[in-house]
Write a protein that binds this ligand. Structure first.
Ligand code: CIR
Length: 254
Protein backbone atom coordinates (compact mmCIF):
# COMPACT_ATOMS: atom_id res chain seq x y z
CA UNK A 1 0.00 0.00 0.00
CA UNK A 2 0.97 3.63 -0.33
CA UNK A 3 0.79 5.99 2.64
CA UNK A 4 1.81 9.56 3.45
CA UNK A 5 1.28 9.65 7.20
CA UNK A 6 1.90 7.36 10.14
CA UNK A 7 0.74 7.65 13.73
CA UNK A 8 2.97 6.02 16.36
CA UNK A 9 3.21 6.37 20.14
CA UNK A 10 6.32 6.28 22.30
CA UNK A 11 7.19 3.46 24.67
CA UNK A 12 6.18 4.33 28.26
CA UNK A 13 8.42 3.81 31.33
CA UNK A 14 5.90 1.15 32.40
CA UNK A 15 6.40 -0.92 29.21
CA UNK A 16 7.86 -3.79 31.25
CA UNK A 17 4.33 -4.17 32.70
CA UNK A 18 2.72 -4.58 29.25
CA UNK A 19 0.46 -7.60 28.75
CA UNK A 20 2.31 -10.77 27.66
CA UNK A 21 0.60 -14.09 26.94
CA UNK A 22 3.74 -15.90 28.04
CA UNK A 23 6.21 -14.64 30.58
CA UNK A 24 9.36 -13.72 28.62
CA UNK A 25 12.59 -15.62 29.38
CA UNK A 26 14.17 -12.34 30.52
CA UNK A 27 12.38 -9.13 31.61
CA UNK A 28 11.66 -6.43 29.03
CA UNK A 29 14.48 -3.90 28.80
CA UNK A 30 12.58 -0.64 28.32
CA UNK A 31 15.61 1.29 27.06
CA UNK A 32 16.32 -1.26 24.33
CA UNK A 33 12.61 -1.33 23.46
CA UNK A 34 12.79 2.46 23.00
CA UNK A 35 15.82 2.17 20.71
CA UNK A 36 14.02 -0.48 18.65
CA UNK A 37 10.93 1.74 18.46
CA UNK A 38 13.05 4.70 17.32
CA UNK A 39 14.59 2.57 14.56
CA UNK A 40 11.05 1.63 13.47
CA UNK A 41 10.02 5.30 13.29
CA UNK A 42 13.17 6.14 11.32
CA UNK A 43 12.45 3.31 8.88
CA UNK A 44 8.97 4.75 8.20
CA UNK A 45 10.47 8.21 7.73
CA UNK A 46 13.04 6.82 5.29
CA UNK A 47 10.12 5.60 3.18
CA UNK A 48 8.77 9.15 2.87
CA UNK A 49 6.14 8.99 5.61
CA UNK A 50 5.40 11.90 7.91
CA UNK A 51 5.35 10.27 11.32
CA UNK A 52 3.48 11.74 14.29
CA UNK A 53 4.85 10.21 17.49
CA UNK A 54 2.29 10.68 20.25
CA UNK A 55 3.53 10.98 23.84
CA UNK A 56 3.45 7.83 25.96
CA UNK A 57 1.17 7.53 28.98
CA UNK A 58 2.79 5.54 31.82
CA UNK A 59 -0.66 4.56 33.14
CA UNK A 60 -1.14 2.61 29.89
CA UNK A 61 1.82 0.18 29.55
CA UNK A 62 0.63 -1.07 26.13
CA UNK A 63 0.00 2.38 24.64
CA UNK A 64 2.66 2.08 21.91
CA UNK A 65 0.46 -0.52 20.16
CA UNK A 66 -1.64 2.12 18.39
CA UNK A 67 -2.87 -0.19 15.64
CA UNK A 68 -5.36 -1.75 18.05
CA UNK A 69 -7.10 1.59 18.69
CA UNK A 70 -8.64 2.15 15.27
CA UNK A 71 -9.67 0.56 11.98
CA UNK A 72 -9.15 2.99 9.10
CA UNK A 73 -10.57 2.50 5.61
CA UNK A 74 -12.46 4.53 3.04
CA UNK A 75 -11.81 7.85 4.82
CA UNK A 76 -13.39 6.57 8.06
CA UNK A 77 -11.69 5.59 11.31
CA UNK A 78 -13.63 3.32 13.64
CA UNK A 79 -12.23 3.98 17.11
CA UNK A 80 -12.26 0.65 18.88
CA UNK A 81 -13.21 -0.44 22.37
CA UNK A 82 -10.12 -2.49 23.23
CA UNK A 83 -10.55 -6.09 24.27
CA UNK A 84 -8.22 -5.92 27.29
CA UNK A 85 -9.57 -3.87 30.24
CA UNK A 86 -6.12 -2.50 31.10
CA UNK A 87 -5.81 -0.99 27.62
CA UNK A 88 -9.06 1.02 27.62
CA UNK A 89 -8.27 4.72 27.32
CA UNK A 90 -5.39 4.26 24.86
CA UNK A 91 -7.79 5.16 22.05
CA UNK A 92 -8.45 8.75 23.20
CA UNK A 93 -5.25 10.46 22.01
CA UNK A 94 -5.14 8.24 18.93
CA UNK A 95 -8.64 9.44 18.01
CA UNK A 96 -7.51 13.07 18.38
CA UNK A 97 -4.55 12.39 16.08
CA UNK A 98 -6.83 10.74 13.51
CA UNK A 99 -9.34 13.61 13.44
CA UNK A 100 -7.60 15.61 10.67
CA UNK A 101 -7.35 12.48 8.50
CA UNK A 102 -10.67 10.66 8.83
CA UNK A 103 -14.31 10.80 9.83
CA UNK A 104 -14.49 9.21 13.27
CA UNK A 105 -16.93 6.49 14.35
CA UNK A 106 -17.02 4.98 17.84
CA UNK A 107 -17.77 1.64 19.45
CA UNK A 108 -19.80 1.12 22.64
CA UNK A 109 -20.04 -1.71 25.22
CA UNK A 110 -20.44 -4.63 25.06
CA UNK A 111 -18.60 -4.50 21.72
CA UNK A 112 -14.83 -5.05 21.80
CA UNK A 113 -12.39 -5.12 18.92
CA UNK A 114 -8.60 -4.77 18.54
CA UNK A 115 -7.34 -3.27 15.28
CA UNK A 116 -4.74 -6.04 15.07
CA UNK A 117 -7.63 -8.37 14.26
CA UNK A 118 -8.50 -6.42 11.08
CA UNK A 119 -6.76 -6.86 7.77
CA UNK A 120 -7.83 -5.03 4.63
CA UNK A 121 -7.10 -6.13 1.10
CA UNK A 122 -8.82 -3.93 -1.45
CA UNK A 123 -12.50 -3.84 -0.59
CA UNK A 124 -12.30 -6.97 1.61
CA UNK A 125 -11.99 -6.44 5.33
CA UNK A 126 -11.05 -9.62 7.19
CA UNK A 127 -11.63 -9.67 10.94
CA UNK A 128 -10.46 -12.24 13.46
CA UNK A 129 -12.94 -13.48 16.04
CA UNK A 130 -10.49 -13.64 18.93
CA UNK A 131 -10.40 -13.33 22.70
CA UNK A 132 -10.11 -9.55 22.13
CA UNK A 133 -12.70 -9.10 19.35
CA UNK A 134 -16.26 -10.23 20.07
CA UNK A 135 -19.38 -10.70 17.96
CA UNK A 136 -20.74 -7.25 18.88
CA UNK A 137 -17.44 -5.68 17.82
CA UNK A 138 -17.63 -7.44 14.47
CA UNK A 139 -21.27 -6.31 14.06
CA UNK A 140 -20.19 -2.71 14.66
CA UNK A 141 -17.35 -3.10 12.14
CA UNK A 142 -19.91 -4.39 9.61
CA UNK A 143 -22.29 -1.55 10.40
CA UNK A 144 -19.62 1.07 9.70
CA UNK A 145 -17.78 -0.42 6.74
CA UNK A 146 -20.36 -2.39 4.73
CA UNK A 147 -22.22 0.82 3.92
CA UNK A 148 -18.91 2.18 2.56
CA UNK A 149 -18.68 -0.74 0.11
CA UNK A 150 -16.42 -3.10 2.09
CA UNK A 151 -17.12 -6.80 2.42
CA UNK A 152 -16.51 -7.85 6.05
CA UNK A 153 -15.38 -11.47 6.44
CA UNK A 154 -14.87 -12.94 9.91
CA UNK A 155 -12.33 -15.64 10.72
CA UNK A 156 -12.31 -17.74 13.93
CA UNK A 157 -8.86 -17.56 15.52
CA UNK A 158 -8.78 -19.92 18.50
CA UNK A 159 -5.71 -19.22 20.66
CA UNK A 160 -4.03 -16.77 18.22
CA UNK A 161 -3.86 -13.30 19.83
CA UNK A 162 -4.71 -11.26 16.73
CA UNK A 163 -5.38 -12.10 13.07
CA UNK A 164 -2.33 -10.13 11.98
CA UNK A 165 -0.07 -12.19 14.27
CA UNK A 166 -0.05 -14.77 11.47
CA UNK A 167 -0.64 -12.79 8.27
CA UNK A 168 -0.45 -9.33 6.75
CA UNK A 169 -1.31 -7.72 3.42
CA UNK A 170 1.39 -7.12 0.79
CA UNK A 171 -0.95 -5.35 -1.61
CA UNK A 172 -4.67 -5.16 -2.39
CA UNK A 173 -4.64 -8.75 -3.57
CA UNK A 174 -1.71 -10.54 -1.90
CA UNK A 175 -1.32 -11.84 1.62
CA UNK A 176 1.75 -13.04 3.53
CA UNK A 177 0.66 -15.99 5.69
CA UNK A 178 2.47 -18.26 8.16
CA UNK A 179 2.14 -21.99 7.41
CA UNK A 180 -0.15 -24.03 9.69
CA UNK A 181 -1.68 -20.96 11.36
CA UNK A 182 -5.07 -20.61 9.67
CA UNK A 183 -6.35 -22.31 6.50
CA UNK A 184 -5.32 -20.38 3.36
CA UNK A 185 -8.74 -21.27 1.84
CA UNK A 186 -10.22 -18.59 4.12
CA UNK A 187 -8.64 -16.07 1.77
CA UNK A 188 -10.10 -17.62 -1.39
CA UNK A 189 -9.89 -15.11 -4.25
CA UNK A 190 -6.67 -13.58 -2.90
CA UNK A 191 -3.09 -14.65 -3.61
CA UNK A 192 -1.26 -16.14 -0.63
CA UNK A 193 2.54 -16.15 -0.11
CA UNK A 194 3.38 -18.68 2.61
CA UNK A 195 6.29 -18.48 5.00
CA UNK A 196 7.59 -21.36 7.14
CA UNK A 197 6.30 -22.05 10.66
CA UNK A 198 9.76 -21.36 12.10
CA UNK A 199 9.42 -17.74 10.91
CA UNK A 200 5.79 -17.23 11.96
CA UNK A 201 6.56 -13.91 13.68
CA UNK A 202 7.72 -12.52 10.30
CA UNK A 203 4.18 -12.93 8.97
CA UNK A 204 3.37 -9.70 10.74
CA UNK A 205 5.14 -7.15 8.55
CA UNK A 206 4.46 -3.61 7.37
CA UNK A 207 4.35 -3.31 3.61
CA UNK A 208 4.34 0.35 2.58
CA UNK A 209 5.64 2.48 -0.30
CA UNK A 210 7.36 -0.45 -2.03
CA UNK A 211 9.22 -1.75 1.02
CA UNK A 212 8.57 -4.24 3.78
CA UNK A 213 9.54 -3.79 7.43
CA UNK A 214 10.37 -7.33 8.46
CA UNK A 215 11.43 -8.96 11.72
CA UNK A 216 15.19 -9.57 11.78
CA UNK A 217 16.67 -13.07 11.44
CA UNK A 218 13.98 -14.48 9.13
CA UNK A 219 16.03 -15.41 6.03
CA UNK A 220 13.39 -17.40 4.15
CA UNK A 221 10.78 -14.66 4.53
CA UNK A 222 13.35 -12.10 3.39
CA UNK A 223 14.12 -14.21 0.31
CA UNK A 224 10.44 -14.63 -0.57
CA UNK A 225 9.69 -10.93 -0.18
CA UNK A 226 12.68 -9.91 -2.30
CA UNK A 227 11.50 -12.37 -4.95
CA UNK A 228 8.13 -10.54 -4.84
CA UNK A 229 10.04 -7.36 -5.76
CA UNK A 230 10.08 -5.60 -2.38
CA UNK A 231 12.91 -3.75 -0.71
CA UNK A 232 13.23 -5.45 2.70
CA UNK A 233 14.14 -3.45 5.80
CA UNK A 234 14.96 -5.77 8.68
CA UNK A 235 14.29 -4.49 12.18
CA UNK A 236 15.15 -6.09 15.49
CA UNK A 237 12.06 -5.72 17.69
CA UNK A 238 12.99 -8.41 20.21
CA UNK A 239 12.02 -6.37 23.32
CA UNK A 240 8.70 -5.33 21.78
CA UNK A 241 8.07 -8.94 20.85
CA UNK A 242 8.32 -9.90 24.54
CA UNK A 243 5.06 -7.96 25.01
CA UNK A 244 3.50 -9.79 22.03
CA UNK A 245 4.06 -6.77 19.80
CA UNK A 246 5.24 -6.86 16.22
CA UNK A 247 5.52 -4.58 13.17
CA UNK A 248 1.97 -3.58 12.30
CA UNK A 249 0.83 -2.87 15.86
CA UNK A 250 3.29 0.03 16.25
CA UNK A 251 1.66 2.31 13.67
CA UNK A 252 -1.49 3.41 11.90
CA UNK A 253 -0.76 4.24 8.26
CA UNK A 254 -2.82 6.79 6.34
C1 CIR B 1 -1.56 -6.86 24.11
O1 CIR B 1 -1.54 -7.98 24.61
O2 CIR B 1 -2.60 -6.27 23.85
C2 CIR B 1 -0.25 -6.18 23.83
N1 CIR B 1 0.70 -6.57 24.80
C3 CIR B 1 0.23 -6.52 22.44
C4 CIR B 1 -0.64 -5.96 21.37
C5 CIR B 1 -0.11 -6.21 20.01
N2 CIR B 1 -0.99 -5.70 19.04
C6 CIR B 1 -1.09 -6.15 17.80
O3 CIR B 1 -0.43 -7.11 17.44
N3 CIR B 1 -1.94 -5.56 17.01
Amino acid sequence: MRAEHAICRSIPDSFDQAIAQNRPASPINVNIARQQHEAYVHALQSLGLQVAVLPADPVLPDCCFVEDCAVCAGGTALITRLGADSRRGEEQVVAQALKPHARLEWMAAPATLDGGDCLRMGSRLFVGRSRRTNAAGIDRLRGVFESLGFEVIDIPLGPILHLKCVCSPLDDDTLLLAEDAIPPELFRGNRVVRIPVAETHAANCVCVNGAVLLAARCPESRRLLRAEGFEVIELDISEIHKADGSMTCLSILL
